[in-house]
Design a protein around this ligand. Structure first.
Ligand code: C2E
Ligand code: MG
Ligand code: MG
Length: 666
């Protein structure tokens, strides 16, 4: 399936057409308004320029006219006649002609029609007294502008004044510029409309592209470009509607890469990311165009297969398995990835996305447990699986929210009857279910990629506690259990070293326990990690010894100093001859190989005495105390006189110097 085919058609988006219309009309209105404002602005500027120029021109013409008139009038006898001529020449109403004597008095004339009385004084005071030279200018009275000119009549001791009536002068200005303004206006609006249309088209196309991009991002996963949960939701809704209409089946698959976290942690996030991208491409390549593969987050994918029955869904899983089985080439290294797939069917298992996802999830969980690679949802396993599934979901939050707590169980040195240290054993204080023992959630943590975070939490809490005890003068060594899955975490030794430094704790105060089985799962990986931890100076022990198939001779090559015999042999060794034999021979062999031996599950004084006879070094069990929370352990230690071994007991048991000490516990 090509990534582009997964894109939503932007034109199908609701509100797209309305949006487009909106943008266009808004643009048109905006640009036309701007054009009108521009037009008005330029119009008014043009008007003022035209007015100013026309007034200047007017003044110049007036000045020429007045010079000429003054010359002619000087020679004429009858002023009235010439004035009449002038008035006719210049239009009877546009101009006022006035004669003034040298004192400034107006010479009355039938033809000098003056403005209203109020204006006359202002007019003449603005123009000033008569002069012997030709003058001109513009005066402003009551917001009216009057171009004027004056000239002396040489022989008659008179001055001729010519004043232009402004209200009459404005009209030609408007007439001259109105036509131009209208043409300019039409052109500007025409250009504006086109500019608006073109701009609106460009911008709406950009917005459309941007919207499509946003829509794509909101519905696709950034890394793999696959549809995300929300697009899967939309498509499943549609597919479910179509399937019920046509009476078809539909398959919803949930897929999870096994050990993805380990790949991420050990090889780096860039390798993890690249792996997810390659996995996405490979899966997409084997699906039909009508199918959808979506990334739900992390290493979890969901596949929607419309019009598919169980057999076809399984066939699809087999195709996926074929392509994913081939190694991935990332950063010049070959990486193999296994996966688990859960299949849920419509309508048999669920009728909506939520229930289909839930059942596919449960089926995937079942597949992980039985290691089959895939599993079709089976209602029979449901209640148990559902419980585990919900625990798995809650555990992640529990680690972050400090719902975990450590209980401590003392290990007693049999020779000295003193406490040799304690073992930290994790508990989950569940808000609803109360205290959950580790056997019920460690495997969930392992299967759901949470074991590293859980181990980090336990180690940090144990180191803190050990440090706190040290501060109050009690040097109590703390043993911590590691899971087989922790052995792949190459950053673990460095991380522990960092925490030890942070709390200023000697490496010898910590001890790490690894079960025999965990070591045997990946012996080379275990050897590498145990060597690193041992180099830090942390004592290591083999836990639950006897439950696996390993040979002690083989294990002796590991940098391990202690061996803990599994409680299943110790608990009933006094009654069961076989177990008695196993414990005895294990102790002998372990001592011969240089190990210190700890017996777990010591529940009775008889068992303890037998262990003493068998020269076992240490004992741990309900006979002394079950694992206790810190406060109770401290009270227990107090009751027993704080008998803590300040120096390590001899790590190799020697028959010769074994003191005949009586245990104080009875
Ligand atoms: P383990 O490391 O072998 O721890 C000893 C288990 O035996 C503890 O069970 C303890 O309560 C139990 N036990 C001690 N004395 C007696 C006794 O006298 N009789 C009987 N019947 N049982 C006794 P618990 O605490 O339930 O832990 C079970 C297992 O869970 C541990 O076995 C260990 O493998 C695992 N575990 C506990 N805490 C952690 C942890 O922090 N990380 C990891 N990875 N595993 C842990
Ligand atoms: Mg243990
Ligand atoms: Mg054990």
């Amino acid at each position: 399936m090509s990534v582009s085919s997964l894109n939503l058609n932007a034109k199908e988006q609701p509100g797209y057409a309305a949006n487009k219309m909106n943008i266009r009309s808004r643009f048109l209105i905006a640009i036309i308004s701007i054009a009108l404002v521009v037009l008005l602005l330029f119009g008014s500027i043009a008007y003022h320029i035209a007015k100013d120029t026309s007034e200047q021109k007017e003044v110049a013409i007036l000045q020429e006219d007045i010079k000429h008139a003054a010359k002619t009038l000087s020679r004429q006898k009858n002023n009235e006649e010439y004035l009449n001529f002038l008035r006719q020449l210049h239009g009877s109403h546009a101009y006022i002609f006035v004669f003034r004597d040298l004192k400034g008095n107006v010479i009355p004339s039938k033809l000098s029609i003056l403005p209203s009385d109020a204006d006359i004084d202002q007019l003449f005071s603005s123009i000033g007294p008569p002069s012997t030279s030709v003058r001109s200018g513009i005066i402003e009275i009551n917001e009216q502008r009057y171009p004027w000119a004056s000239a002396p009549l040489a022989d008659k001791e008179l001055e001729l004044l010519m004043i232009h009536r402004p209200e009459i002068a404005i009209t030609p200005i408007f007439e001259t510029i109105a036509a131009r303004l209208i043409i300019a206006g039409i052109i500007i609006i025409w250009i504006a409309v086109w500019a608006a249309l073109i701009l609106a088209a460009i911008i709406s196309r950009r917005i459309q592209a941007h919207n499509a991009e946003l829509q794509y991002r909101a519905s696709h996963d950034d890394l793999t470009q696959l549809p995300n949960r929300s697009l899967l939701h939309q498509r499943t809704e549609k597919a479910l509607a179509a399937a019920s209409l046509r009476d078809q089946e539909l398959a919803l698959l949930v897929m999870d890469l096994d050990r993805f976290k380990e790949i991420n942690d050990t090889l780096g996030h860039h390798v993890g990311d690249e792996l997810l991208m390659q996995v996405s491409c490979r899966i997409s390549a084997v699906l039909r165009s009508s199918d959808t593969v979506a990334r739900l987050g992390g290493d979890e994918f969901a596949l929607l297969l419309p019009d598919t029955n169980v057999e076809n869904a399984i066939a699809c899983v087999e195709r996926i398995s074929q392509v994913l089985d081939k190694p991935f080439n990332i950063s010049a290294q070959e990486i193999t990835a296994s996966f688990s797939i859960g299949i849920a069917m419509f309508p048999q298992h669920g009728k909506d996305l939520e229930s289909l996802l839930k059942y596919a999830d449960i089926a995937m969980y079942q597949a992980k447990q039985n290691g089959a690679g895939y599993s079709v949802y089976d209602a029979e396993h449901d209640s148990y699986t559902l419980q585990r599934l919900s625990l798995a979901r809650e555990l992640r939050a529990a680690i972050e929210e400090n719902q975990l707590t450590l209980y401590y169980q003392p290990k007693i040195d049999i020779l000295t009857a003193r406490i040799n240290g304690v073992e930290a054993l994790v508990r989950w204080q569940h808000p609803e279910h109360g205290i959950i023992p580790p056997d019920e959630f460690i495997s969930i943590a392992e299967q759901n990629g949470l074991i590293d975070s859980l181990t980090y939490w336990v180690i940090e809490a144990a180191i803190k506690q050990c440090h706190a005890w040290g501060e109050s003068g009690m040097n109590i060594k703390v043993a911590i259990n590691l899971s087989a899955r922790n052995l792949h975490n190459t950053s673990l030794p460095g991380w522990i070293e960092g925490r030890l430094k942070q709390y200023g704790l000697a490496a010898g105060m910590l001890e790490l326990e690894l079960t025999e089985n965990a070591i045997m799962v990946d012996i080379s990986c275990a050897t590498r990690l145990l060597n690193q931890l041992s180099r830090l100076g942390i004592p290591l022990s083999i836990d639950d010894f006897g439950t696996g198939m390993s040979s002690l001779a083989y294990l002796s090559r590991l940098p391990v100093s202690k061996l803990k015999i599994d409680r299943s042999f110790v608990m009933n060794m006094t009654d069961d001859e076989n177990n008695h034999l196993i414990v005895r021979s294990t102790i002998d062999l372990a001592h011969n190989l240089g190990y210190q031996v700890i017996a777990e599950g010591v529940e009775t004084i008889e068992a303890l005495n037998l262990l003493k006879q068998l020269s076992c070094d240490c004992a741990q069990g309900y006979f002394f105390t079950p694992p206790l929370p810190v406060e109770k352990l401290e009270a227990w230690l107090k009751d027993n006189g704080w008998k803590i071994l300040s120096t390590p007991a001899t790590s190799i048991y020697s028959q010769a110097n074994k003191p005949d000490t009586k245990l104080n516990f009875n």
